[in-house]
Design a protein around this ligand. Structure first.
Ligand SMILES: [Zn+2]
Length: 190
C-alpha cells in the first residue's frame, strides 16, 4: 500500500476510534455484547432494544442491526414472540432506512441461525413476514455466496466487541468497513 494512502487511512481510523470512545452509548453497547457472550441474553436484549430505540430517535443507520441483535438475544432468552417481533422490526427498519439491498443476505443469516437454534415456529413466522417484505421490495433471500475477499476483517469489532459479518457490513474500500453496531471504522488484518 503506498505510504500516503496508508497514513491517511491510519489517521482516519484513529479519528474514528477517538470518536467511538467518546460516543454516548458505546459503553452500554459493549456491555450488551459482553452479556451475550456470558449467555445473559435477556439483559443483553433489553439493552440492545433500548439502544435501538435511541438510534431510531437520532436517525442513526445502525438502528436496524440493534433491533436484530435484540431479537436474537430475546429468542435465546426464550422470549419467542418478542424476539421474533424484534427481528421483524429490524428487517422492516432496514427497508425504511435505505438498507434494502442488504436484506437478502441478512435474512439468509437470520434464517440459518433460527434453523441452528431449532426454533421451527419462529423460523416459519419470520420467514413468512420476510417473504412478504421482500416481495414488496422485489427481492429474494440470498443463496450462500460468501465473499472470500472480504474474509480478513477481525471477527469482533475492536471498539464495541460486536460480531462482524464481512458479507453484511458496509465496505469503504478493500481495506476497511463500518461496524454495524457502533459505526467505527474497522480495518482488515494484514
Ligand atoms: Zn463496533
Amino acid at each position: 500500500m503506498p505510504k500516503n494512502r496508508s497514513s491517511r487511512l491510519w489517521r482516519s481510523a484513529r479519528r474514528r476510534a477517538l470518536q467511538a470512545r467518546n460516543r454516548p452509548g458505546l459503553q452500554r453497547l459493549k456491555l450488551a455484547h459482553k452479556l451475550m457472550e456470558s449467555e445473559k441474553y435477556s439483559q443483553a436484549g433489553i439493552i440492545f432494544e433500548e439502544l435501538g430505540v435511541a438510534a431510531i430517535g437520532r436517525g442513526i443507520p445502525r438502528a436496524p442491526q440493534l433491533f436484530l441483535q435484540a431479537g436474537r438475544a430475546q429468542l435465546l432468552a426464550g422470549a419467542a414472540t418478542h424476539g421474533t417481533d424484534l427481528l421483524i422490526k429490524g428487517t422492516r427498519l432496514m427497508s425504511k432506512m435505505g438498507q434494502a439491498d442488504r436484506l437478502p443476505i441478512v435474512s439468509r443469516r437470520i434464517l440459518s441461525e433460527l434453523h441452528e437454534f431449532s426454533m421451527d415456529q419462529e423460523y416459519r413466522m419470520f420467514e413468512s413476514e420476510l417473504r412478504r417484505l421482500l416481495s414488496e421490495l422485489d427481492l429474494k433471500i440470498a443463496h450462500n455466496n460468501r465473499v472470500e475477499s472480504h474474509s480478513k476483517l477481525p471477527s469482533k469489532c475492536p471498539y464495541c466487541g460486536g460480531t462482524i459479518h464481512p458479507d453484511e457490513v458496509d465496505w469503504h474500500n478493500n481495506y476497511s468497513a463500518t461496524c454495524d453496531y457502533c459505526g467505527s471504522f474497522v480495518e482488515i488484518n494484514t
